[in-house]
Design a protein around this ligand. Structure first.
Ligand code: ADP
Ligand code: ADP
Length: 232
C-alpha cells in the first residue's frame, strides 16, 4: 500500500501567457490504505491536485511524494471520473478488463492466461450488482450502472491508489447512495489508498476516514478534520 505526502504544494497553469494559481500551499499526509475525501467549491483546484498525484502535472513549489517517490503516471493508480468513459462497442466485461490489456504489471500474465482475471472481473461485477449485465453493452445500462462498471474498471488491476473525481456527481440521490455501498464493497476487497473528490459533504463524511476542506481558488487546505463515524 502506498501513502501520499504533500508539503507546501503550489500548482499553476500557464494559459495564453497568463499564470493561474490553482492550488496554494497544500499540505497532506495520507497514510497507506487511508480513505480520504477532498471537498471544496467548484474551481478550488481539486482536480488539479489529482493531476499532481497521478503524475500528470508538476508542482510549481513544494514537494510531493507517492509511495516515497516523485509522482509519475503508472499502473499503480486507478482513476474514475464523473463521466464513465466506457467503450460503446465493448461489453461491460470487456470494458472492465481493458486496463489489464495495457497495464505494464499485468498485461503479459493476462495475455498468457486471462481466466483468473476474468474470474476477478466477474466477482467484482457481482459485488456491485452487475452480475446479470456483464455481457450487455454500456448503452443498455442506466447511468448508475455504467458508473459502477467504471469503478470496477478503475480497480481491476488492483491499483495501490484510487483517485475518484466526482464519480457520483451526475446521479440522483438514490442511485448515489447505492453507489456508495458499491464503492465500499469494492474498497474492502483490496483497501487501496483512496482520494475522493466531491462537493457533497455528506458523501465525504459517510465514506472517508479523513475529510480535507479546500478554500475557494487558489485552493488551500485550512481545515483537516478526522471524523470517527461508523461506516454505513
Ligand atoms: P475543481 O476541480 O476544484 O473544480 P480545478 O482543479 O478544475 O478545480 O480548477 C482549478 C482552477 O484552475 C480553476 O480556476 C480553473 O479554471 C483553473 N484551470 C483548470 N484547468 C486549467 C487549464 N488546463 N488551464 C488553465 N487553467 C486551468
Ligand atoms: P489474488 O489474485 O491475488 O489471489 P483475488 O483476485 O483472488 O486475488 O482477490 C481476492 C479478493 O479480493 C476477492 O474477494 C476479490 O473479490 C477481491 N478483489 C480482487 N481484486 C480486487 C480489487 N481490484 N479491488 C477490490 N477487491 C478486489
Amino acid at each position: 500500500h502506498t501513502g501520499i505526502d504533500l508539503k507546501g504544494v503550489t500548482l499553476r497553469y500557464t494559459a495564453k501567457g497568463q499564470v493561474v494559481e490553482a492550488v496554494r500551499d497544500v499540505n497532506m499526509d495520507i497514510t497507506p490504505g487511508e480513505f480520504v475525501a477532498i471537498v471544496g467549491p467548484s474551481g478550488c483546484g481539486k482536480s488539479t491536485l489529482l493531476k499532481l498525484i497521478s503524475g500528470l502535472m508538476p508542482a510549481a513549489t513544494g514537494t510531493a511524494t507517492v509511495g516515497g517517490q516523485a509522482p509519475r503516471p503508472s499502473g499503480q493508480v486507478g482513476l474514475a471520473f464523473q463521466n464513465p468513459s466506457l467503450l460503446l462497442w465493448r461489453t461491460v466485461l470487456q470494458n472492465v478488463l481493458l486496463p489489464l490489456e495495457v497495464s505494464p504489471k499485468h498485461k503479459a500474465a493476462y495475455r498468457r492466461d486471462p481466466a483468473p482475471y476474468m474470474e476477478r472481473a466477474k466477482r467484482m461485477l457481482g459485488a456491485v450488482g452487475l452480475g446479470d449485465f456483464m455481457h450487455k453493452h454500456p448503452w443498455e445500462l442506466s447511468g448508475g450502472m455504467q458508473q459502477r462498471a467504471n469503478l470496477v474498471r478503475a480497480l481491476i488491476h488492483q491499483p495501490e491508489i484510487l483517485l475518484l473525481d466526482e464519480p457520483f456527481g451526475a446521479l440522483d440521490a438514490f442511485t448515489r447512495e447505492e453507489l456508495w455501498l458499491a464503492l465500499q464493497a469494492l474498497w474492502m476487497g483490496a483497501k487501496p489508498t483512496v482520494i475522493l473528490v466531491t462537493h457533497d459533504l455528506r458523501e465525504a463524511v459517510l465514506l472517508a476516514d479523513t475529510v480535507y476542506v479546500m478554500t475557494p481558488r487558489p485552493g488551500r487546505i485550512d481545515v483537516q478534520r478526522h471524523i470517527d463515524l461508523p461506516r454505513p
